[in-house]
Structures are given as structure tokens and as C-alpha cells.
Design a protein around this ligand. Structure first.
Ligand SMILES: N[C@@H](CCC(=O)N[C@@H](CS)C(=O)NCC(=O)O)C(=O)O
Length: 200
């Protein structure tokens, strides 16, 4: 398999973490790329020019981090990332994490291309408020309060979104403001899969 990625994309990091968790990393070539480049190799296989993009051993091209994670879950070894007996819990957490990641990523891209004043626009302020509300929701989420720190699709996506906010939007200062979430996060990320994929 081949995974197209870079070192700063939270979506690509989810896919890479899943490769480690499912013991598929050795079987995968990592193709480092710039998804924003106009004439990249990535563009030849994915018209959206987005990462992560996974090329399977059969030559199928998969996009969307969560869909790639589901494919890897079916292909690899070890505990299920989306276990049937915890289906709704895992999907609920995955949705919150993916939404948090989308809001944070759009704030970062908005500021990069439109300056910090983008935060004052209707969309900009909606995204910032969405991040704030989602952090507060996660801080009292039943899975967080119950200390469910197994690495599932849900906990992985949420933890990567939180790591991305620390990396790109440190002013949120979520680890100090949401201590229960920080305790949960610290346990989820205690693994080779997170250590070896840190944002750079
Ligand atoms: N919903 C997608 C989002 C992927 C995405 O937006 N990736 C960014 C990098 S963080 C990208 O490749 N952007 C390039 C572009 O949009 O042209 C997923 O979950 O994989």
C-alpha cells in the first residue's frame, strides 16, 4: 500500500496512526507530498488533491481519513478500531472529533489565506465558537469521564484533533482549561502510534 501524507495534516495523521495500530505500517510506503502543489504525483491519482490518500495493493484509491481508517481496520491485526459492541459510542466520538478537526483546520487555513481578521467574519466566529463548545462537551463526555482510553477510531480522531489545536491554535489552552479532557487525552496518546507521528 501507499499512503500520501504530510507531517502537519491532522487527517493524514489519523490514517498513519491507524497503520501503526493495525500493524500495517511495515507494508505501507509513505509518500510525502504537498497537497497544495499544482502538478504533484498526488493529483494524478486523486482529483481532489487532498491527503490522506491511500492506494491499496489492488490499486484502488481511497480518500477521506475515516474511510481509510475503516479499510485499515478490516485489513489489519489487533483490537478493532470500530468494534460492533461499542458501535454507537465510537461513531458518536468519531463525529465530534472529525467536526472539531474540521473547525480547527478551517480556522488555520482561513487565517493563512485571509489573515487573522477572518476570525471576525460570520464563518470565522462560528468555527471558533464550535471549537469552544466541542471542547467543553468533550470535557464532560461520558467516555472521557469513564476513563475509556482504549484507542478506537473515536478516541484516535478526538486525540488528533486536540493535538492539532495545541499545535496550531495554542491560544485555546485547552489542556489547562479542560483538565478532565487532558487526563483522558494523556492516556490515549501514550503509544508508539502517537509518539512516532507527532506533528512537525
Ligand atoms: N475530510 C477529509 C479532509 C482532508 C483534507 O482537507 N486534507 C487537507 C490537508 S490537512 C488537504 O489535503 N488540503 C488540500 C486541499 O484542500 O486542496 C479527510 O477526512 O480526509
Amino acid at each position: 500500500m501507499q499512503l500520501y501524507l504530510n507531517a502537519t495534516s491532522p487527517y493524514a495523521r489519523v490514517a498513519r496512526i491507524c497503520l501503526y495500530e493495525k500493524k500495517l505500517i511495515e507494508r505501507t510506503e509513505l509518500c510525502w507530498c504537498d497537497p497544495w502543489a499544482a502538478d504533484s504525483e498526488l493529483l494524478q491519482i486523486n482529483p481532489l488533491s487532498r491527503i490522506p490518500t491511500l492506494v491499496t495493493d489492488d490499486g484502488e484509491v481511497l480518500t477521506e481519513s475515516v474511510l481509510i481508517a475503516l479499510y485499515l481496520d478490516a485489513q489489519g491485526e489487533g483490537p478493532a478500531l470500530l468494534a460492533h459492541d461499542a458501535l454507537t459510542d465510537t461513531l458518536a466520538l468519531t463525529g465530534l472529533g472529525q467536526g472539531l478537526m474540521d473547525a480547527a483546520f478551517n480556522v488555520v487555513i482561513g487565517r493563512k489565506h485571509g489573515g487573522n481578521e477572518v476570525d471576525l467574519t460570520l464563518l470565522g466566529s462560528r468555527r471558533l465558537k464550535a471549537i469552544e463548545r466541542t471542547l467543553a462537551t468533550l470535557n464532560t463526555h461520558p467516555s472521557v469521564l469513564a476513563g475509556k482510553t482504549e484507542r478506537t477510531l473515536g478516541s484516535i480522531v478526538v486525540a488528533v484533533a486536540l493535538a492539532y489545536i495545541s499545535f496550531r491554535l495554542p491560544a485555546f489552552d485547552w489542556p489547562n482549561r479542560f483538565p478532565a479532557l487532558n487526563t483522558w487525552y494523556s492516556e490515549v496518546v501514550e503509544s508508539e502510534s502517537f509518539d512516532l507521528t507527532a506533528f512537525e
